[in-house]
Design a protein around this ligand. Sequence first.
Ligand SMILES: [Mg+2]
Length: 220
Amino acid sequence: MKCCLAVFVLGSIGILFSNDSSSLPNDIRWVRQSGEYKELCMQVYRQAWYQVNRQAGSSGTKLAIVVDLDETILDNSLYQVGRWRKGLGFTQESWSKWVNQKEAGLVPGAKVFLEKTRNLGVTIVFMSNRMHHNLQPTIENLKELSVWQKEDLFLLREDKQDTKDIRRKEVLEGTGRMKKVGPLKVLAYLGDQVGDFPDKSGEVFGVNQFLLPNPTYGKW
Ligand SMILES: [Mg+2]
């Protein structure tokens, strides 16, 4: 009995040590613990605010910013931790479950940036590849983080064919899902993946496209 207990205790200690945050893979640990990640995000949001504030009011048309959600506004590193602890990777099923748990945190700098941008009268268009059927838990998660306003617009993904290119066109032209809203002038795009941006050339990053750091996943 004593022997079994000793094995159990030692095993538990082993699990504790192997799963503590210091042994997380570097990419997840960097996001969750480093000052560098936090400051980089704050830097990107500061730069985005500088450009949005500078341009707002310079146009008679309705103004907007187009903002991705995951790893741009919402921090899903806890999902990554959970999957890593189980020795598993991304699956659509586990992701959907996570989205419905509504436990994502906030990317540093995002909340203040959104508040200040809304105060300029600029519309926030959340454009995410989260599936449209997950809109409700997504909004509830944003509400819990105090980064949702009823004027915000959401263009989530209807199906596989519903690319961000299609949705960006709807925003600019006021067509499809944006017909009632009408055309919007987009002052800035924010995201963590190249696919979040209309111009992939690199010339406009830091000007009207703002890229947040995400070392944990992407189409590399
Ligand atoms: Mg993203």
